[in-house]
Structure formats: structure tokens, C-alpha cells
Design a protein around this ligand. Structure first.
Ligand code: TXA
Ligand code: MG
Length: 347
């Protein structure tokens, strides 16, 4: 999707003035600010309600800008950039001395990525014409701890009145946040699973890469992105994962059991939503159980693309519980699993 030149010009002018502009990327919408302006970056934290020690990703118009922001860049960083940028991959590298603490959370590293969305790239290129650093700090454009937005309307729901401009670039094609790889300590380590898989990274990183393909699911267990919280990406409706389901009969049983549990606890009839990649089975649920069935695609990429919108839609319905059918426990589903675990997490 192309963009409106007048909107882009307005976006660049606002960013230059230190204002916040939300923009589309291929993963999720970002809440952008001039990354070299600490006062502008501070506005991101205020708008999101996010703790100030959580570092931000800097978005660049191309790999050539990496050296503005990072130093001691290992060869593999250039190779990964060559293979996967523009695209849903964030590299953690040693930062240049000048990079503001507000961006890095006071750490000596910085996260960099070149997003694979035409509108984001147009915006970044236009911004780089007026600002030689060319970097936009942009976390996902949601309030802290909430589901990331994958449409301009979602951003509006999250941040209306807190952002100077929302640039609309349609629905995000990847739908979940970028894969984050830490290259700042030698080798390479996945801090957040995403669309770019361990197997794809292994091809470039070779032996120096910590989580091997055959251990691909390990990245599920410990998302060690600094500052990450288990409860990230959560709808306000409780989410329950139900698993080990072979066949539609078992799914109906599992949903019925989960809902019966919530109902017993609440001491009343409850309303449930179901997120599943199988069509609603003709299941025998007690008639008074009102049940919203939300069907999502059965392949990992399609599921990821639909996930946040589906959770958001279910969350709007005032349900008592969202029951999510567990996807297969295979490496291809690692990134989706990571987001589902967080959505289901309760303190
Ligand atoms: O796909 C994405 O990455 C989206 C779009 C907008 O680009 N952005 C995004 O940003 O997900 P955010 O702020 O919601 O998540 C960035 C994650 C955080 O968990 C943060 O802790 C981690 O990246 N991060 C950023 N810089 C880091 C650093 N220097 N070291 C370790 N983790 C870092
Ligand atoms: Mg986020």
C-alpha cells in the first residue's frame, strides 16, 4: 500500500518537532518518535504508560544507517541484514556512545531494525532526509501490557488523544512483533521469537548460534528480552489455553470443561469465547452457555496475522473467559505459543 504524500510530510514535520506519530510496520503498528531526541522519546513512555527502563527498538530506512547507532558490528549482523531486512528481525548490537539512555534503558546495547512495510520505509526515508541519524524509536503502539495493534483503528482505540498523528497503512501482514536476536555478546541468541525462525537464523549464524533448530521450542520457555513481563500482550478478559486435543469431540469437551470451571468459580452462568483454528464442532454444550466461536487460520503465519485482532475482538465482547485451543507444539508455532502463553498468564 502506498501512502499519501501530504500525510507523510505532516508526519515528518511532527517527528522533527519532537511529537509522536504512529505508523504501520509489517509486524504491528509502532508509536514513533525521533530516536535521537530524548524529550521526544520520553513522550513515548508517557503515552504508553511504560516503565522508563524498558529499551526501545530504533527503526532505520536501511542497513547503511546501522553504523550511526551501533559500533563493533559483527559480520553476521551485516549478513542477517542482507538476508532479512527490510523485514521482521531486530538486532541487538553495542550502541554508539551518543545514543540516549532513554532509548536503551541505560544499557550499552541498542535494538535496530529496518521494517518491511512500504509506508514505514517511505516515512523513514523522508525522515532521514531531514535528520541524518535517520532513526525512529518505536515500540508497539499500545498502552503498556496490552495487545499490540495491527490496524490503525486499534491504535486509535489504544492511544487516541496521546499521539499527534496516526498514519494508516492497512492491516499488518505478519501480525506479531519482530524476532529479536542479541548479537552484542558474541554468537547470537533469540530474545523474542517471531516470524523469522530459529532455522532461518541458524543458516546465517551457524555454530555461534545458541538456540539450535532441534531445540527450537526452548525459546518458548524463557523469553529473556530484558524488561519483558510474562503478562505482556494480555487482553483484559481471562484467557485459558486448552490442549492435547485430537479431533473435534475432544475440543468440545475441553471447552466445556474450561467453561464449567469458570462457571463454578463465578457461581453463575458465564459467557465464553473460543479462539480456534478448527470450525466450531457440532458440540453439545448446555444451551445457556453462550459461546462466541472465533475461527483463525490453521497455519502458523496465518494464525499469527489474525491473532491480535481476534483477541481484541473477543475482548470487546464482555466475555467471562476466552478459551484458546493450543496449537501444535512444534518449532513452527514457537512465536505464536510465546504470545499465547503471555496472553494466558495471570499473576
Ligand atoms: O515488531 C516489532 O518489533 C515492533 C514494531 C513496531 O517494530 N516493535 C516492538 O517494540 O515490538 P516493543 O517496544 O513493544 O518491544 C521491543 C522489545 C522490548 O521487549 C525490549 O525490551 C526489547 O525489544 N529491546 C529493545 N532494545 C533492547 C536492548 N538493547 N536489549 C534487549 N532488549 C531490547
Ligand atoms: Mg510491545
Amino acid at each position: 500500500m502506498g501512502s499519501n504524500p501530504a500525510v507523510l510530510a505532516q508526519a515528518v514535520a511532527l517527528l522533527q518537532q519532537g511529537e509522536l506519530v504512529a505508523f504501520p510496520t509489517e509486524t504491528v503498528y509502532g508509536l514513533g518518535a525521533d530516536g535521537s531526541n530524548p524529550a521526544a522519546v520520553a513522550k513515548i513512555f508517557a503515552a504508553k504508560g511504560r516503565p522508563a527502563d524498558h529499551p526501545l527498538i530504533i527503526h532505520l530506512p536501511g542497513a547503511a544507517w546501522m553504523e550511526q547507532w551501533a559500533k563493533e558490528i559483527p559480520d553476521v549482523a551485516w549478513e542477517l541484514a542482507e538476508d532479512f531486512w527490510p523485514g521482521p528481525l531486530t538486532l541487538i548490537l553495542k550502541k554508539q556512545d551518543w545514543v540516549p539512555d532513554a532509548v536503551t534503558g541505560g544499557q550499552d546495547t541498542v535494538g535496530l531494525r529496518v521494517p518491511g512495510h512500504p509506508v514505514a520505509l517511505e516515512l523513514l526515508r523522508a525522515f532521514a532526509q531531514v535528520d541524518p541519524r535517520g532513526g525512529l524509536a518505536a515500540p508497539s503502539a499500545n498502552r503498556f501490557g496490552r495487545i499490540s495493534p495491527t490496524t490503525a483503528l486499534h491504535v486509535q482505540e489504544e492511544l487516541a488523544g496521546r499521539v499527534a498523528l496516526i498514519v494508516d497503512g492497512g492491516a499488518c501482514q505478519v501480525g506479531i512483533e519482530s524476532t529479536i536476536v542479541d548479537l552484542s555478546r558474541g554468537g547470537g541468541e533469540i530474545l523474542r521469537p517471531g516470524h523469522i525462525s530459529p532455522a532461518q537464523l541458524l543458516e546465517v549464524l551457524g555454530d555461534g548460534f545458541a538456540p539450535g533448530v532441534d531445540r527450537g521450542l526452548e525459546v518458548l520457555e524463557a523469553p529473556r528480552v530484558s524488561g519483558s513481563l510474562a503478562s505482556h500482550y494480555a487482553p483484559s478478559t481471562p484467557v485459558q489455553l486448552v490442549g492435547d486435543l485430537d479431533g473435534p469431540g475432544r475440543l468440545a469437551d475441553a471447552v466445556a470443561m474450561a467453561v464449567a470451571g469458570v462457571q463454578a468459580e463465578a457461581g453463575r452462568v458465564v459467557r465464553c469465547g473460543v479462539l480456534s483454528y478448527r470450525a466450531r464442532p457440532e458440540m453439545v454444550l448446555p444451551r445457556e452457555w453462550r459461546c462466541e466461536w472465533h475461527l483463525v487460520p490453521a497455519d502458523p503465519a496465518g494464525y499469527a496475522r489474525a491473532l491480535y485482532g481476534a483477541l481484541r475482538a473477543l475482548d470487546h465482547q464482555g466475555l467471562d473467559v476466552i478459551v484458546v485451543e493450543s496449537p501444535p507444539e512444534t518449532p513452527a508455532w514457537a512465536a505464536v505459543w510465546d504470545r499465547l502463553r503471555r496472553a494466558a498468564y495471570r499473576e
